[in-house]
Design a binder for this molecule. Structure first.
Ligand SMILES: *Cc1c(COP(=O)(O)O)cnc(C)c1O
Length: 354
């Protein structure tokens, strides 16, 4: 290849994002909802499809979708930005506020896409760390952001893949000392006892990001959003591609909001199952961390995690192998599934470890 035809050198050195999609019966690796979306939503969407004018471009501003989401959070549509999954929202944040000569701070171990997308946009990544219990050390975090002065600071709460939720005090302290935007990724927000959404009125630099992928049982629809100040939302709209949200997705999101009660019931069912999974893991030779999300991070005590992962696949169960991630040596992450999937997982894990 000519030098000009080669991939950007700074990207060629970095690894892409990998999450194996294997054909197994029990898929507990991607923190998806184990439940299909409500049947009433499927039917309403099918009905709506008949009225979509597919020969026309969709509403570029996705105004009615944004108004409907805003209503849920008590803000107007001008404070909501939607994307193709929250990953596109994060990408727009980094395109608008990161880039060459600017920095982003993440606290590892955390969601790999924060630093990955930052690098794709040419943003320099500065990594802070966490305490041994995987919570942030508020003092260390505030001194890091005061010193680095990043354009964007990422918190993930509850944090993927550790499951831990940060305290209001920690989020408030980081918000006060970070000069740029503070993005709180709340992909698992509905599982958590509190949300940074309540802090939005205190700062124009706070961005709370949510997704329909996990709690709304809609990972295939690819829809996520940010709640932020009007100024931040205007900047995100500036970098998003025209018509990035297709008409079908806009309808899907708007109609989903009519089924909030069902979504909450599913969240409660998963929280109950999470308790049973925690109890089951407590009886096995593994270390585990408390979770406020729909997954549990655990570490087999006397066995190599990668070989346990392979043994589980051989038993038709897929979990996430986090053992090669910095700070997560020996760890695996299991998504809370249906009661029968969780049983199958615990049985398989017991078989592997005995
Ligand atoms: C799953 C997940 C997302 C979701 O990404 P989508 O693009 O909305 O599917 C975002 N952030 C975190 C921390 C996640 O775990």
């Amino acid at each position: 290849m000519n030098a000009e035809a080669r991939m950007r050198e700074d990207l060629a050195l970095s690894e892409g994002y990998h999450s194996p999609q294997l054909e197994v019966s029990v898929r507990l690796n991607a923190n998806e909802s184990p439940f299909p979306p409500p049947q009433g939503w499927v039917e309403a969407l099918a009905e709506e499809v008949r009225f979509i004018q597919f020969n026309r471009y969709p509403d570029r501003r996705a105004w009615s979708l944004r108004a409907a989401i805003g209503e849920v959070h008590g803000v107007g549509p001008e404070r909501i930005f939607c994307g193709n999954g929250s990953n596109e929202v994060l990408q727009c944040v980094l395109m608008a506020f990161g880039g060459a000569g600017r920095k982003a701070v993440v606290f590892e171990p955390t969601y790999a896409l924060h630093s990955h997308i930052a690098r794709l946009t040419g943003t320099e990544v500065v990594s802070g760390s966490r305490r041994a219990d995987f919570l942030l050390d508020a003092d260390a975090a505030t001194s890091l952001v005061s010193e680095v002065r990043p354009a964007v600071t990422f918190l993930c709460s509850p944090n993927n893949p550790t499951g831990r939720v940060e305290t209001t005090g920690t989020v408030g302290a980081v918000l006060d000392s970070a000069p740029g935007l503070l993005v709180v990724d709340e992909a698992y927000g509905q599982f958590s006892p509190w949300s940074a959404l309540g802090m939005l009125s205190t700062s124009e630099r706070l961005v709370v990001v949510r997704t329909f992928s996990k709690t709304w049982s809609m990972a295939a629809a690819r829809l996520g959003y940010a709640v932020a100040s009007e100024e931040v939302v205007a900047a995100l709209e500036h970098v998003a591609l025209p018509y990035h949200l297709d008409a079908l997705k806009q309808a899907a999101g708007r109609l989903a909001l009519h089924h909030e009660a069902e979504m909450r019931a599913r969240v409660s069912a998963i929280v109950e199952e999470r308790g049973k999974l925690t109890a089951g893991l407590a009886g096995l030779p593994v270390e585990q961390w408390p979770s406020d999300a729909n997954f549990i991070l655990f570490r087999p005590i006397a066995r190599d995690a990668a070989s346990v992962w392979r043994d589980l696949v051989a038993r038709d169960v897929l979990v996430r192998d986090c053992s090669s991630w910095r700070g997560l040596e020996g760890c695996l992450r299991v998504t809370v599934g249906t009661p029968s999937e969780n049983h199958a997982f615990l049985d398989a894990l017991e078989g592997c470890l005995s």
